[in-house]
Design a protein around this ligand. Structure first.
Ligand SMILES: Cc1cc2nc3c(=O)[nH]c(=O)nc-3n(C[C@H](O)[C@H](O)[C@H](O)COP(=O)(O)OP(=O)(O)OC[C@H]3O[C@@H](n4cnc5c(N)ncnc54)[C@H](O)[C@@H]3O)c2cc1C
Length: 467
């Protein structure tokens, strides 16, 4: 017997569960299929566990480096097994919260692997072995992604690890080579470096966080190096072989064409993620994919099959939880006959190192190429009272606007950058001008004053630095 629903959502990550909740709010009957974890990658093995480990290791670093604490700081250690247990508690609490919301919104949660069929049907084999078939007016695909391997480097669960396995190591390794200086690689490198692991990050491209604003990326790299992380850019890894006590990695510097060799107890492969698109239907994807395997959608997030939508990591672009969630809302609204959309020009991102790196919109290079005549306002946290009281003087706010004061982008390297960027994201979303930020009163002493000063400086009006 086929079960009828208005909306069927496959995948219970931040894309899928948010889509399900929005559709239920709009009065639809909803079924959500999840084969592994409600909360998806983000809650279980991504955003949340990494932020827990970053926070715990930050406490350790602060104690070790504080100038004013008395007592044997060097003897303070992290109880790593306890950290892992506490991490699980945080994850479980959040997952239970989402399950509560699903129940409260009368969403049917079906645990099992679901497969799309022709005619907006979904078949699922549930965890208790039953096969069920659902038919829906619209289907939202939110299968997410998984860590990608390199052709010559496969995960082995012991030495060559994915970000998921790095979250539950029994003890920090002595040496770690991270392949890929993106957000995941830099956050993991930071966690283990704070625990005393000798960390080297290898990146084939010219800077850490490839694609970011050039000046800000260079500053970011310098700060990370100052903290003891070795970041080797323009370094192409060519082989990785098992040796006594770990692995030997060989490659070539793209810049100087000279070979390099590194030894490591563990390797974290953080070169990207692959969409879970191969098994959307039992016979294959059914929907159209691009050449990297991401599901293709139009501006309404609809696939080539009418009434079948796709969102989140499965459709590519920036692989971020909040992007997945906003696409989930937009797809649910479109599936319910409304006009949902996502403003990708105001999509922020952050790396939760210390200082944090946050960014929204165009880089200075992209803005110059697109708008020609641009204005750039910067303000250093060295001149911000709150940053100095927090002993966080490293970093800079940079805001970029066109000649009509329209904000094109912003980049923040500094404490709480991931929170500070929200003001500029709001301004960009609501098409406010850079002068609106400059002229709004910011509390003193706060880090947000650096955002205001950068906006003032773009117009030659900064008060607390030379214009
Ligand atoms: C280490 C790490 C740190 C990260 N940190 C951040 C961060 O700080 N901020 C940020 O914005 N993003 C972060 N991300 C990225 C973020 O986790 C993803 O962008 C986000 O989870 C994508 O959401 P999604 O719903 O598209 O997919 P997912 O979260 O991957 O969820 C997909 C779900 O679908 C389920 N599924 C797949 N196929 C089926 C099927 N056939 N049937 C039923 N269920 C199925 C899966 O089990 C999974 O639960 C991080 C990622 C990692 C790996």
């Amino acid at each position: 017997m086929t079960i009828q629903k208005d909306i069927a959502v496959i995948g219970g990550g931040p894309g899928g569960y948010v889509a399900a909740l929005r559709a239920a709010q709009l009065g639809k009957s909803v079924v959500l299929f999840e084969k592994e974890w409600v909360g998806g990658t983000c809650m279980n093995v991504g955003c949340i566990p990494t932020k827990h480990l970053l926070h715990q290791t930050k406490i350790l670093r602060e104690i070790r480096t504080a100038k004013t604490l008395d007592g044997p700081a060097a003897q303070v250690t992290l109880n790593w097994p306890k950290v892992i247990v506490e991490k699980k508690k945080v994850v479980d609490r959040l997952v239970r919260g989402v399950e509560f919301l699903l129940t409260g919104n009368k969403i049917e949660l079906v645990r099992g692997e679901a497969f799309l069929r022709e005619g907006r049907m979904v078949a699922v084999r549930t965890s208790d072995g039953d096969e069920k078939v659902y038919e829906a007016e619209a289907v939202i695909l939110a299968h997410g992604s998984r860590p990608a391997e390199l052709p010559f480097l496969m995960f082995d669960g012991t030495n060559i690890l994915s970000s998921t396995e790095m979250l539950d190591l029994a003890a920090p390794p002595k040496t770690l080579v991270v392949i890929g200086a993106g957000a995941i690689g830099l956050e993991m490198g930071t966690i283990y470096s704070r625990l005393g692991t000798d960390v080297t990050v290898l990146e084939i491209l010219a800077s850490a966080l490839p694609g970011c604003d050039k000046e800000m990326g260079q500053r970011f790299e310098l700060v990370l190096k100052k903290q003891g992380l070795k970041v080797l850019t323009q370094s192409r890894l060519e082989s990785c072989e098992k040796a006594e006590g770990g692995l030997v990695l060989k490659g070539t510097s793209v810049k100087t064409n000279t070979p390099f060799e590194l030894k490591a107890e563990k390797v974290l492969l953080a070169t990207g993620r692959r969409p879970n698109s191969e098994k959307i239907a039992k016979s294959g994807p059914l929907v159209a994919l691009d050449k990297r395997g991401f599901v293709q959608v139009n501006e309404r997030l609809e696939t080539n099959i009418p009434g079948v939508y796709a969102i989140g990591d499965l459709i590519g672009g920036k692989l971020l939880a909040h992007k997945a969630s906003h696409e989930g809302i937009a797809a649910a609204e479109n599936a319910c006959g409304l006009r949902g959309h996502v403003d990708y020009r105001a999509l922020p991102m952050a790396v939760f190192t210390d200082p944090e790196f946050a960014s929204v919109g165009l880089t200075e290079e992209e803005a110059r190429a697109e708008a020609g005549d641009i204005r750039v306002g910067t303000f250093s946290f060295q001149a911000n009272g709150r940053a100095l009281t927090m002993e966080s003087p490293d970093g800079l706010v940079k805001i970029i606007a066109d000649k009509n004061d329209k904000i094109l982008g912003a980049h923040i390297l500094g404490a709480c950058g991931s929170d500070l960027i929200a003001e500029i994201t709001l301004a960009m979303t609501k098409k406010l001008k850079i002068t609106d930020i400059a002229e709004s009163i910011h509390i003193h002493p706060t880090l947000s004053e650096a955002v205001m000063e950068a906006a003032l400086k773009a117009g030659g009006r900064a008060i607390h630095c030379m214009n």
